[in-house]
Design a protein around this ligand. Structure first.
Ligand code: DON
Length: 591
């Protein structure tokens, strides 16, 4: 099958470039997304192999959850910096038109040995001590048990084959692997080099074959035995052995105790749309709804996408929602999350505190919080099937390649998610360290996340599926996309390509993407004029793989962000109709 896929690669590449060149009018100077349109189902992810798996599962009669599970297992093989079985995440599911949206929370948990102040401020969050109890396998299994149609084994098949036989690395993957292998911080991690080093000891180049036989064996065990193998069986034993060898905290009991949870999605209304987001322990849903509720009080549409005033107001709304994130949010099984955070009246009060002419200094908003003066890898994918089921999934190892610890004998990376807990009780500083109580570590507690898988519906039907990686910037990437699509009326490919901003209360500054369009330079000047400190991201902000569904025609537009060379594909409806020559084809957009 893989040989077959490869032989069609060149054709697919040509077709995809044609489509890319014909999309994106004004946004030519920023990354151009990959776009596919159809009616029978749609998948957008960071990786062509994973997207292909997703559409293949849809074609075989699987639903959006089946496809999402298969995409997630495939990414664990083909996108090792963030795709994972050793990490965790959040999956939002709209089971069908008019039905309630659920969130599968498969966030990692702190091991029983976790304590407040166990990690010094400023320490790099690498190594076995930073590993949280992984949730991905339990989460994908819970989603499948509740919603899946195809057999569990089928959903792991492509991942097993890709791990066993290997696959040619893309330009993006070669660069990613070389980056982590050449990083001096990777030196202590022999397992990382053993698993991901080039067999000839040289840097990876596009087209080289990456084989992961240990991971293939692990996935085969999961296909046969399900999550039991991971949390109580052979894989659990290998994880515990690795923890003991490298000074980690996770025990057999921690693994056996892990449970993925089904939670009600956070919900907000925005000019007739319903926005669904991930609930705590993610801050994503609440912060997104809180920002959008504030912005609903302004008429951004009349200002337009190139107005500094638009982005001033957006930055101020971001600032205020991130302050509440720091103050209130943590694992809801350990702390009480105030209900008012998503209310319209609270957002109206915050919106009234926004000065339309001037940036509000962050400290002024929180006179009660003592603030000390002191001198991004996840992945998101979106799936919609032909029956109106939609999945928005973000999952992560936390940093690129997580803790960099590979489980010996099992061939997979473990997360470093413990670094998402607040570091030092009471220590909040201008650099962005938060010391509030809600997110201090405790045994079994889930660390606060910014992952923001998001679904938007109108009259109960999905219209938009979106999300992104990027640590705390994730929330604001989602806010930028919602502002651009729902408020400013930009087509999704333009909205995905357009430059993004981020404000997270502290540090008190706007981070902005570079864009050589003179209109964006004017926006930046205008923000500075209003008193914002603006700094540019060294790279890009986020990587949003989204699906739009036209509520009138049912036509789906899958849009894969080009920031990390994502891939979009669609399924033609049963019985013919519209086709897309790229649907399901792996392709490489690096050239
Ligand atoms: O859950 C979180 O908020 C973080 N661990 C996500 C990290 C991330 O997105 C890094 N990537 N780009």
């Amino acid at each position: 099958m893989i040989r077959n896929m490869l032989s069609r690669c060149r054709l697919a590449l040509a077709a995809s470039l044609l489509v890319v060149l014909s999309t994106c009018g004004w946004a030519q100077q920023v990354a151009r997304p990959h776009v596919a349109q159809g009616r029978g189902g749609a998948v957008a992810s960071v990786c062509p192999w994973a997207t292909r798996t997703g559409v293949q599962v849809l074609r075989e009669g699987g639903n959006a959850v089946d496809a999402a599970v298969a995409v997630a297992f495939t990414l664990a093989v083909t996108w090792p910096e963030a795709g994972n079985i050793g990490g965790g995440g959040f999956m939002l599911v709209l089971p069908g038109p008019g039905q309630p949206v659920w969130c599968v929370d498969y966030r990692e948990t702190a091991p029983a040995a976790a304590k407040v102040d166990m990690y010094p401020l400023g320490e790099k969050t690498l190594g076995a001590r930073y590993v949280g109890v992984p949730g991905t396998v339990a989460g994908l299994h819970l989603a499948h048990c509740r919603y899946g149609r195809l057999p569990w084994r089928r959903l792991l098949r492509d991942a097993i084959e890709l791990a066993e036989r290997g696959f040619p690395v893309s330009d993006a993957l070669a660069r990613s692997l070389n980056r982590v292998l050449q990083d001096p911080d990777s030196k202590p991690f022999a397992g990382l080099r053993r698993t991901f080093g080039h067999p000839q000891g040289r840097p990876w180049r596009k087209g080289d074959l990456l084989r992961q036989p240990e991971l293939a064996r692990t996935l085969r065990l999961l296909a046969r035995e399900g999550p039991k193998a991971f949390y109580q069986g052979e894989i659990a034993r290998l994880i515990v052995r690795q923890m003991q060898a490298s000074g980690g905290l996770i025990t057999a009991e921690d693994l056996a105790r892990y449970r993925a949870k089904l939670r009600v999605a956070v919900q907000g209304q925005y000019r007739g749309y319903t926005i669904y987001g991930a609930p705590p322990p993610s801050s994503g849903g609440i912060c997104t709804v809180l920002a959008m509720n504030q912005l609903e009080r302004f008429e951004l549409r009349s200002l337009g996408p190139w107005s500094a005033q638009t982005w001033h107001l957006v930055a101020e709304a971001m600032r205020r929602s991130f302050l509440d994130r720091a103050r209130h949010l943590g694992d809801p099984d350990f702390v009480t999350i105030p209900r008012f955070l998503t209310s319209k009246s609270y957002a109206a009060r915050l919106a009234r505190s926004i000065d339309p002419r001037q940036a509000t200094p962050s400290r002024e908003l929180a006179p009660d919080l003592p603030i000390v003066e002191e001198g991004m890898q996840t992945t998101h994918f979106s799936v919609v099937d032909g029956r109106g089921m939609a999945v928005s999934n973000t999952y992560t190892l936390e940093m690129s390649y997580g803790s960099r610890v590979v489980v010996r004998g099992a061939g997979f990376l473990l997360n470093n998610e413990m670094g998402d807990f607040n570091r030092k009780a009471g220590h909040t500083d201008t650099r962005g360290n938060i010391g509030t109580a809600a997110n201090l570590p405790a045994p079994g507690k889930r660390m606060l996340s910014s992952q923001s898988p998001t679904l938007v519906t109108r009259n109960g039907r999905v219209v938009l599926v979106l999300g992104s990686p990027g640590g705390r910037t994730i929330i604001n990437t989602v806010v930028c996309l919602l502002v651009r699509t729902l408020e400013l009326g930009q087509p999704l490919p333009e909205a995905v390509a357009a430059p993004r901003i981020h404000h997270q209360w502290l540090p008190d500054r706007v981070m902005a993407e570079q864009c050589d369009d003179p209109r964006w330079q004017k926006v930046i000047e205008g923000l500075r004029h209003r008193g914002h400190q603006v700094v540019f991201h060294r790279g890009t902000q986020g990587d949003a793989h989204c699906v739009l569904v036209d509520s009138a025609t049912g036509r789906m537009t899958a849009v894969a962000d080009a920031r990390r060379q994502g891939a979009a594909a669609v399924v033609e409806p049963a019985g013919g109709g519209e086709t897309d020559s790229r649907a399901g084809e792996p392709h490489d957009r690096a050239e």
